[in-house]
Design a protein around this ligand. Structure first.
Ligand code: KIV
Ligand code: ZN
Length: 384
């Protein structure tokens, strides 16, 4: 089974979001959690961006021993030098450098030619390779870059010494089949591609970040760049927890990873609170509703056999367990389940009466809690 490398960019792409900025000590705290989670590569920051970010990357580099520590830079000598200095204390340092490759970047942002982009990219990789032994190259906006040109950029970056090639869908533009096609095109058309690992880096503007990452992996990518809770610029990045649980769920993908999934829920909570970024309740894997069931039909199924409506065991991601929430859409099975949990044994007639009373309360309040339930069950018990 081949290995899927998990590259976490919570501390770089995730941290770019307004309000999510962390001080160096806070970044270190998150980095320890990511290391313990089993992340292979931690992108700790963009060292040239601010003195505090330089400090963060340097601090994380000194303390994290298991994961590779990566620093971002543009294809600019000064950025690369600063990144290398910040990474000095790391056991396994990696510089992540690159340049925009789509027409938007080449023509409008950088106002230059395709040949110049190839040369600048290759020069940046060579320059970085003189400072650290592991260099990753990114082709920004690869999602909207012509595949033939992208293949030339990638070939030249590998020749220059890059051993990881990042194919970002920077604007979250691609459909899964288009992104898979792009990765397959590179696998089949870049002559030196086996000297490098292809990486996905997908944004979520159309809600397709995870689907695109998985499509890229199935087409040959062996590194996924992602963040905890999918935080990141605009609509965010690929969620680490989603990718890992998809790989676990669909064993035929035939890949291994290092992530200890039982830590997912607690790392998610830490990142959410430290970065002031609430997790939407219906977020896959880590949302507060991810394992709760509120409609009668589903509740009945889950009570009889959990797997009827749950494909993930909550314990496997460190969540407390499946929850049966009582609302006006719940059925008798759910009410009886809660009655038993609270120590009431209702006969069929008692349950019928309790359910009628329950619905009256449930129509008034959004969620029926144990205080209400005790009141209902106590009366019923007297008549049952
Ligand atoms: O989205 C992107 O293109 C990036 C690169 C800087 C890797 O974050
Ligand atoms: Zn990004």
């Amino acid at each position: 089974m081949s290995k899927l490398h998990i590259f976490d960019t919570t501390l770089r792409d995730g941290e770019q979001v307004p309000g999510c900025q962390l001080k160096s000590e806070e970044k270190l705290e998150v980095a320890f959690r990511l290391e313990s989670l089993g992340v292979d590569i931690i992108e700790a920051g963009f060292p040239v961006s601010s003195p505090e970010d330089f400090k963060s990357v340097a601090l994380v580099s000194r303390h994290i021993k298991e994961s590779t520590i990566c620093g971002l830079s543009r294809a600019v000598e000064e950025d690369i030098t600063v990144a290398a200095n910040a990474l000095k204390g790391a056991v396994n340092p990696r510089i992540h450098t690159g340049i925009g490759t789509s027409e938007f970047h080449v023509k409008y942002k950088l106002n230059t030619t395709n040949e110049d982009i190839i040369n600048r990219g290759a020069h940046a990789v060579k320059f970085a390779r003189n400072l650290v032994s592991e260099v990753e190259f990114y082709a920004e906006d690869a999602g909207r870059t012509d595949n033939e040109f992208l293949a030339r950029v990638v070939e030249s970056a590998i020749d220059a010494g890059a051993s990881i090639i990042n194919i970002p869908d920077t604007t979250g533009y691609c459909l899964p089949e288009q992104f898979a096609e792009k990765i397959a095109f590179l696998v089949n058309n870049v002559p030196n591609i086996d000297k490098a690992i292809l990486s996905t880096h997908c944004h979520n503007d159309l809600g397709l970040a995870t689907a695109n990452s998985i499509a890229g992996v199935m087409a040959g990518a062996r590194q996924v760049e992602c963040t905890i809770n999918g935080i990141g610029e605009r609509a965010g990045n690929t969620s680490l927890e989603e990718v890992v649980m998809i790989i676990n769920q669909h064993q035929h993908i035939n890949l291994t990873h290092n992530i200890d999934t039982t830590q997912i829920t607690s790392v998610s909570k830490t990142v959410s609170s430290m970065m002031n970024m609430p997790v939407q309740p219906n977020k896959a894997i880590v949302g507060s509703n991810a394992f709760s069931h509120s409609s009668g039909i589903h509740q009945d199924g889950v009570i009889k056999k959990r797997e009827t409506y749950e494909i993930i065991d909550p314990a496997s991601v460190g969540a407390t367990g499946s929850e049966i929430i009582l609302t006006a859409r719940s059925g008798k099975a759910a009410l009886n389940y809660h009655a038993k949990k609270l120590g009431y044994e209702l006969d069929p007639e008692g349950l019928k009466i309790a359910y009628k009373e329950f619905l009256e309360v449930a129509d008034q309040v959004k969620k029926v809690g144990s205080i209400h339930l005790h009141k209902i069950f106590k009366t019923i018990k007297a008549y049952a």
